[in-house]
Ligand binder design. Structure first.
Ligand code: NAD
Length: 392
């Protein structure tokens, strides 16, 4: 099969196995060029391990610290006619690279919100690892089925309280325009909290603790985006921000609940980056294109692999990590400091249809977007016939 990108709106509906493998290898190469992550423990569970921040954390733990990694993801496998999702190919490539280095890796593909997958993970930990020292919760999902009631909840990306009119960039039409986002109702807010809030993270830790597979002094972290004034109306103070506030509640509850094993639970505040999850958020492509421009000029631009490398080295396993006012591990200061935000705000006010490609780094955004699906990777022949069937 010859595979070229099929882009529909904010998503690419296919993926390239060789390109995804090259993207994973690029991240592994980065990690190997850094000093080893000597303080990171050796048994790591990553929930949401196949793309974006979760995959990058797994790569850092495995190839930076030599950790055995157990991953959970929800990806579509390939058929003769249809490619797999990118996360499937990424996972296959991760496994191949881990095997070459003699690193233990196991991945369970299924719904992390379900009791069945939690049980499967517990059995696998008992069988292969005994216990885990770190649980990374990096799920981003539009839906969640409640494991007890079977009710299906959907998350929405809407402002809270009042409608919000702002600039946006339509990636399909290459058009800067104004959009008005209507506010969410109470039900939409509550459903978003159900999907993206802390409940499932807590259920995971409760199940792992109950089964005795959390090691003494284990740590857990879930990821959040806090942002600043420009993104608050559509993120921090919006439906997704309400769900993220619930992560703070969950972290604090878990810290007091599992003192018997001295569990440390943190929310980690990360920077805005192009991932499958963030490209679906209205206004984010414009904001991210502008911060890419400013942060590349400032020399502070990072991708998922660099952010999570610093997270493990300078925050999660550091003696005196920088915390924000809510006690989160604070990793997005290079994006949210006043000086950088002032530059972004200035560009935000100036940007129009005519000057968008001069003021913003959309080329950088788009290239990162394509790479998420294994396209636009140097050295990959995209006209070659490739077998879409890849397994691990
Ligand atoms: P992503 O879409 O790249 O990754 C999501 C992961 O979750 C994938 O591995 C996917 O397979 C898995 N997943 C989704 N539903 C699942 C299910 N039901 N069962 C099992 N696995 C499932 O997203 P991302 O941007 O890396 O986001 C990860 C976390 O980081 C999210 O909490 C997100 O809010 C947070 N975050 C993202 C950004 C950003 O700019 N991208 C910034 C800060 C924080």
């Amino acid at each position: 099969m010859v595979i070229h990108p099929k882009i529909r709106g904010f998503i690419c509906t296919n993926a390239h196995p060789v390109g995804c493998a090259a993207h994973v290898q690029q991240q592994i190469d980065y990690v190997k060029q850094q000093p080893a992550l000597t303080d990171v423990p050796k048994r790591v569970l990553v929930i949401g391990c196949s793309t974006g921040y979760g995959l990058a954390t797994r790569i850092n733990a495995a190839f930076g610290a030599g950790a055995q990694t157990l991953g959970v993801c929800f990806e579509k496998e390939p058929t003769e006619k249809k490619t797999a999702t990118a996360g499937w190919y990424n996972t296959a490539a991760f496994h191949e690279a881990a095997k070459k280095e003699g690193l233990y890796a196991h991945t369970i593909n299924g719904d992390a919100f379900s009791n069945e997958i939690k049980q499967e993970v517990i059995e696998k930990i008992k069988q292969d690892l005994g216990q885990v020292d770190l649980v990374v919760y990096s799920l981003a999902s539009p839906k969640r089925k409640d494991p007890v009631t079977g009710d299906l909840y959907s998350s929405t990306l809407k402002p809270v309280g009042q409608a919000y009119t702002t600039k946006t960039y339509n990636t399909d039409k290459d058009e800067v325009s104004e959009i008005t986002l209507e506010p969410a109702n109470d039900d939409e807010i509550q459903q978003t909290i159900k999907v993206m809030g802390g409940e499932d993270w807590e259920l995971w830790l409760a199940a792992l603790h109950h089964a005795g597979v959390l090691a003494p002094n284990a740590k857990t972290t879930a990821y959040t985006y806090i942002g600043k004034k420009l993104t608050w109306p559509i993120y921090g103070h919006a439906t997704i921000g309400k769900a993220k506030e619930d992560l703070d509640r969950a972290a604090s509850a878990m810290r007091t609940r599992y003192t018997d094993i001295n569990l440390e639970a943190y929310v980690s505040s990360l920077k805005a980056l192009v991932t499958q999850a963030s490209s679906a958020i209205p206004v984010m492509p414009l904001y991210i294109s502008l911060i890419y421009k400013v942060m590349k000029e400032e020399g502070t631009h990072e991708g998922c692999i660099e952010q999570t490398h610093r997270l493990l080295r300078d925050a999660l396993y550091a003696e005196n990590p920088v915390l924000d006012e809510a006690g989160r591990l604070f990793m997005n200061g290079w994006e949210t400091n006043d000086q950088t935000q002032a530059k972004i705000e200035q560009l935000w006010h100036q940007v129009t249809q005519d000057n968008f490609h001069q003021l913003a780094d959309y080329a950088g955004y788009h290239s990162d977007f394509l790479q998420l699906f294994g396209f636009g990777m140097a050295g990959v022949d995209y006209d070659a016939d490739v077998n879409p069937i890849v397994t691990w």
